[in-house]
Design a protein around this ligand. Sequence first.
Ligand SMILES: Cc1ncc(COP(=O)(O)O)c(C=O)c1O
Length: 482
Amino acid sequence: MQKIKFYNGEDIPLELHKVRVVQKLHLVPIERRLEALHEGGFNTFRLSTKDVFLDMLTDSGTNAMSDNQLSSMMHADDAYAGSQSFMRLRNAVEKVLGKKYLLPVHQGRAAENILAKTYVRKGNLIPMNYHFTTTLAHISENGGRIAELLYDESYVINSDYPFKGNINIEKLAEVIEKEGAKNIPFIRMEASTNLIGGQPFSVQNLRDVRSLADKHGIRILLDASLLGENAYLIKMREEEFKNNSLGDILQIITEMADIVYFSARKISSSRGGGICTNDENIYKEMETLIPMYEGFLTYGGISMREIESMAVGLYETLDETVICQSPNFIKYLVDELDKNGIPVVKPAGVLGAHVNAMDVCSHIPQSQYPAGALAAALFLISGVRGMERGSISNQRDENGNETYADMELLRLAVPRRVFTLSQVKYVIDRMTWLYHNRALIGGLKFVYEPAVLRFFMGGLEPVNDWTHKLIAKFKADFGESL
Ligand SMILES: Cc1ncc(COP(=O)(O)O)c(C=O)c1O
């Protein structure tokens, strides 16, 4: 473990990289930020980056690339079929994820489309630790259902439970018993479970899932999009693995999965995605869908340059100094917010800090989307763009009723090696101010609501004039400051 101590005792994450390419940012005035919110339907997905100061929407496709990734792009072998770039990627997948057959796809959800089309039939049940938005959409589209099987502790916001992403083994056994193995095409395990705050599973838990799966002859599907950081937290938190390298831990995990898929936008700080396995039959079952939906089998809709950078990015997930940076910054952000009394998901996970909007905005009913309101309010007073991960991100049931989320979270993503510490301090400062003025935040209502994945394109508006009251208080406290 890389731990660098400061003489003055301060505990801050030290960057183990230097910045050589920079991009100018703009912090536009609060009046413009309000206009931008109206133009974007109070939905942070619909903001334009020209109005955004710190973009904490996601780490997907926004991690900083390394010099080696960028330079690798220059030896891309552009060919429709048989490209050497693809061979290099296939080698990287085999070395890092331990799987020899690779189906390339243009991003993570494209893998989910292929997997759901191949394996999910009407009425099937997919047990999992927790859903991801696009995963659920593809499973539902193919007539499947999901069972989310976390331990109760995983839903406790303020906790020190180290592996909130673990599957509840007793519940899994019950579900298999009740449904019958024939109705379960696979058990899905998501590394660093995104929607509950980027929370990891342990190797021991995966071993327990594996032995149950073996007993019933069920496959395990691993979503490895955030596997590097999950492996890092295993090294930090699971005693048995404290002396293992990230590479060892990755191999131990992927060996237990029959199929591994990933979003390369996350795991390898590039673009693209993939499905990999060591089982030739599984590979053959999906093979024909790749040219049909993605592109030929040696590019899958990804540019060769990105394929090269994906290969290098995969090797870099073995480097602890690359992988530890985002979780260490997140831990700093979470600890400081927590010290200031702001309710955040604990322990700190990966991907970002997650503020508990249900608590911050306890005066806003779930029907007025507290997490969406908090995301809009934070953008208004700071130019920081977070993401709503609450009921807006849920989909309505088949009768058109709201399905309220278990947690109403505002996610502040910390992509790998993008932000400086003073920028993170600005986020802490503005979030603290907002927390002290939380009574001024009001709810939102839909004015445009797409039927599927409504959080991407949906349009909302404030239920009353709360934005003006918040601006007036901001001006009173900060004067002319942006
Ligand atoms: C856990 C997980 N799975 C799948 C996906 C989908 O990947 P993509 O955005 O590349 O389609 C994501 C994206 O954020 C994710 O976090």
